[in-house]
Design a binder for this molecule. Structure first.
Ligand code: FAD
Length: 390
């Protein structure tokens, strides 16, 4: 067990989850630095991570939350995904993945980010081994023998054998560490909102490929869907400006015929789809995680689920280590995670592109892809298992 604390910069989904996992896997003290105020347990937080969005949690992520003793609290406010219905507007080619076919209770579950934040941050505040510094931020780092000296805006100075950058896609910590990142601006935005329904969704999540980009409808408690509607920025400008009746009519026309009727839409918000990839994830005594390491297209709801698999591996590797910042230890972690990260990052980049191409040959092959997925249970099952994070 190390004497100096491990320091995480960024108290969003990745940073909060990592602090808990590090403690679970033997870390002594962890300091979490977050630039927004974290006001729990009085009120649910509203930070860039724990905002109005919802997150589809894979079965693998739910198992990690169970391991942290938080699964029950999370499940108080989730809707289970029993079936995923993938289709393309006005074309042949539809596939369904179901929990029944996979022999599991559910493929995953959808949680509102504010509730996820409430549960994760509540657990952080209950743990005496986690010191939360919020609102506070990093003002400088200095490389020392055996680690980093970290200066905070509050005037505090920390010494750590392992500095963890979890401060999002525009990570200042990553820059302080001298790690560059590649950005791929898709030119698209995601519009998100909650939708109320005339009838129950029966635990069905819809993934619909439209000409402008993919649309996802994720089941939420209380007969609602969480909407993720992606398209070119000018198109999203129009969707944002439409009145409630018009936007609901347009959305309904994009939905499969058997989807429930949409009756209302909550506040609409938009997120630019800029895919970021750090050029390195580990250097001596530092590691980059979450959106700071890889920001994915939200098409298949994989960003946080992939991150949780990274964080679990990292916590298992360094949590109880005497030398958590040792480069060969960190490299072993990075190597372990390389394949999964590459596969998910490529798929989340490739799938929306493939479905956007208009040439008839492509249109045909992607229909065939969906049909093949539907006809070949083994292929579909492999796809479902990866999406479930198993
Ligand atoms: C529309 C949309 C839908 C999504 N849906 C899903 C889904 O269904 N399933 C899924 O698995 N993933 C989904 N994702 C991906 C998921 O949201 C990300 O994986 C997740 O937000 C990553 O969290 P993070 O903590 O790394 O980064 P962020 O959420 O960006 O959090 C970074 C944190 O660091 C803090 N910070 C920033 N700078 C500093 C600083 N200098 N000092 C201290 N703190 C700082 C910020 O305030 C923030 O709290 C979706 C993403 C989008 C955009």
């Amino acid at each position: 067990m190390t004497q100096q604390p491990l320091v995480i910069v960024g108290g969003g989904m990745a940073g909060a989850m990592l602090a808990l996992l590090l403690r679970r896997y033997g870390a002594g003290e962890v300091v979490l630095v977050e630039s927004h105020p974290l006001t729990l347990p009085e009120a649910p937080p509203l930070t860039p991570s724990f905002d109005a969005r919802s997150t589809a949690l894979s079965a693998g992520t739910l198992a990690v939350l169970d391991d942290l003793g938080l699964g029950e609290a999370i499940r108080e406010h989730v809707a289970a995904i029993g079936t995923v219905h993938v289709s393309r507007q006005s074309r042949l080619g539809l596939t369904r993945m179901s929990a029944q076919e996979e022999g599991v209770d559910q493929l995953g579950a959808v949680v509102e980010n504010r509730w996820l934040g409430f549960v994760l941050l509540g657990a952080l505040f209950r743990d005496d081994g986690i010191r939360v510094r919020a609102p506070d931020s990093l003002t400088g780092i200095r490389r020392l023998e055996g680690g980093y000296q970290v200066s905070l805006g509050s005037g505090e100075t920390l010494h750590t054998p392992l500095l963890i950058a979890a401060d999002g896609a525009r990570s200042a910590t990553r820059e302080w560490l001298g790690i560059s990142a590649r950005d791929h601006d898709t030119g698209h935005d995601a519009l998100i909102a909650n939708l109320s329904l005339a009838s129950d969704h029966d635990g069905i999540a819809y993934e619909r490929f439209l000409n402008d980009g993919p649309l996802a409808l994720l089941p939420l408690p209380d007969q609602r869907f969480a909407l993720v509607w992606t398209g070119p920025r000018e198109q999203v400008d129009q969707w944002m400006a439409l009145g409630e009746r018009e936007v609901l009519a347009q959305l309904q026309s994009c939905c499969p015929a058997d989807a429930p009727r949409l009756t209302g839409i909550g506040e609409r918000q938009r997120y630019p789809l800029v895919l970021t990839e750090a050029c390195a994830q580990v250097v001596p005594h530092a590691v980059v995680v979450g959106n700071a390491a890889h920001t994915l297209h939200p098409v298949a709801g994989q960003g946080f689920n992939l991150t949780v698999r990274d964080l679990l591996a990292l916590a298992q590797t360094v949590g109880s280590s005497d030398q958590p910042g040792n480069l060969s230890t960190l490299q072993a972690y990075a190597e372990k995670r390389e394949k999964d990260q590459a596969l998910i990052s490529q798929a989340s980049r490739w799938v929306p592109e493939l479905f956007r191409v208009q040439q008839p040959l492509f249109a045909h092959s992607r229909q065939l892809g969906l049909v093949a997925l539907d006809i070949l249970p083994g292929l579909r099952s492999g796809f479902a298992k990866r999406a479930m994070g198993l």
